[in-house]
Design a protein around this ligand. Structure first.
Ligand code: SAH
Ligand code: SF4
Length: 407
């Protein structure tokens, strides 16, 4: 089979912002400032807010409390007040799949009204390895972008996740893995058996383009990094972008985590087809933004992701061009074997070719790990995520569009 390269892949789809948050909001995922504000709104005096935020923070993020009544250091009167106005809800687990290799995938239903639509759902994946446990987190329901090799890119309905829904994925994973202080650890293939944390690393590599949901991702990652709570350091968090050039500098300045770029091609002509956003922000501009990424250095390298597509971008000339292109940028190159999905128009490169490609990159002085596909049997590997939210009929979609237009 030869790959289908469609010149007419649209660049972006329109994001749908029809979503009504639950009447009783969850306090999970609020920044410290937003939490103080939420407490102020139910009568906690300004002089008390900092102390209360600290108490709640500990119960929510260290102990994993799911109800206010568990918070034994908080007064009973306060439990009643909080309970009347707020919850500690996380997204609801609709399905859990465990791969033979220990990878776990959760399908999560997000709270709130969706006004006649199917419930909004996202996927979140946990990948245990011998030296770490990585959680792959989504930033949007679907993705407005349309990369031709990505399953998420085919999902039509899109909305941005709130910070609570992003942090909520980490909370659900910690609940399921028993990764909060005082909880019993989950058992299973690949899971840590010692005292180390189950989730040591976070990658914003699930569904969606994180830099198209900038503020929510920034706030959520601030919560995840907070040293008195989940406490995952910024060096253990990686944000992957398909190349939203105008946001890259802000990401470095305001989020400050490790950066990964979905490069996938060394020529604009091909990248335009694989990652249509390239038509807006071509390779030269993208690499210039990488050179200027705040904090980039040899100890904080940018990862360039390169999906290996048979006979499309995997020639040895491409490998040579890749190392020439990245000259002068502190970089790592991550070769990703293409993960097929139902109806995908590409094939994965031959293993032999991936090895030769990797050798050229390695000989040029770059670390060039090949990303071992994990959880392929449960469609949990890179680019295979897609929730059923999109599965509306043409008629349902038209009705929605009509509703949106009459707003
Ligand atoms: N939207 C962001 C982050 C999510 S995708 C981005 O594009 O960077 C995470 C990584 O998986 C990206 O590098 C993406 O290009 C890659 N990917 C997407 N579909 C894939 C597939 N079918 N096989 C292998 N990698 C894929
Ligand atoms: Fe969106 Fe990333 Fe998939 Fe492209 S690869 S469609 S940006 S999730």
């Amino acid at each position: 089979m030869t790959a289908v390269l469609d010149n007419d892949i649209p660049l972006e789809k329109v994001a749908l912002e029809r979503y009504v948050p639950p009447a009783k909001p969850s306090l999970v995922g609020l920044t410290r400032a937003a939490l103080a504000e939420a407490l102020g709104a139910v009568g906690v005096a300004p002089s008390q807010q900092k102390m209360r935020v600290q108490q709640l923070w500990h119960w929510i993020y260290v102990r994993g409390a799911q109800s206010f009544s568990q918070m034994t250091s908080v007064s009973k009167e306060m439990h009643v007040v909080l309970d009347r106005h707020y919850t500690l809800a996380r997204p609801e687990v609709v399905a859990e799949q465990i791969s033979v290799d220990g990878t776990r995938k959760w399908l999560l239903r997000l709270p709130g009204e969706t006004e006649g639509e199917r419930p909004h759902e996202v996927e979140c994946v946990y990948i245990p390895e011998s030296d770490r446990g990585t959680l792959c987190v989504s930033s949007q329901v679907g993705c407005t972008l349309t990369c031709s090799f990505c399953h998420t890119g085919t999902q039509r309905l899109v909305r941005n996740l709130t910070p609570g829904e992003i942090v909520g994925q980490v909370m659900v994973a910690r609940d399921r893995l028993g990764d909060f202080t005082g909880m019993e650890r989950a058992q299973g293939p690949g899971l840590p058996t010692g005292g180390e944390r189950a989730i040591s690393n976070i990658v914003m590599m699930g569904m969606g383009e994180p830099l198209y949901n900038f503020e929510a991702v920034r706030d959520a990652l601030a919560v995840v990094q907070d040293g008195d709570g989940i406490a995952i350091s910024r060096r253990r968090i990686t944000l992957s972008t398909s190349g939203v050039v105008p946001m890259i500098e802000r990401a470095g300045a305001e989020i400050g985590v490790m950066l990964a770029i979905s490069l996938h091609a060394v020529r604009d002509e091909l990248r335009d087809k694989l990652v249509p956003l390239n038509r807006k922000y071509p390779i030269a501009e993208l690499l210039e933004a990488c050179r200027n990424y705040p904090g980039v250095s040899n100890s904080r390298r940018i990862t360039f992701e390169y999906v290996m597509l048979k006979d499309v971008n995997d020639s040895l000339e491409d490998a040579e061009a890749l190392v020439r292109l990245l000259k002068g940028i502190p970089a790592k190159i991550n070769l990703i074997p293409f993960n097929p999905w139902p109806g995908s128009p590409y094939e994965c490169s031959e293993w032999d070719r991936i090895e030769k490609f990797s050798e050229i990159v390695f000989d040029a002085g770059y670390a060039s790990p090949v990303r071992t596909p994990r959880g392929r049997d449960i469609l949990a590997a890179c680019g295979q995520l897609k929730s059923a939210t999109e599965k509306l009929s043409a008629r349902e979609r038209m009705a929605l569009r009509a509703m949106a237009m009459t707003d």
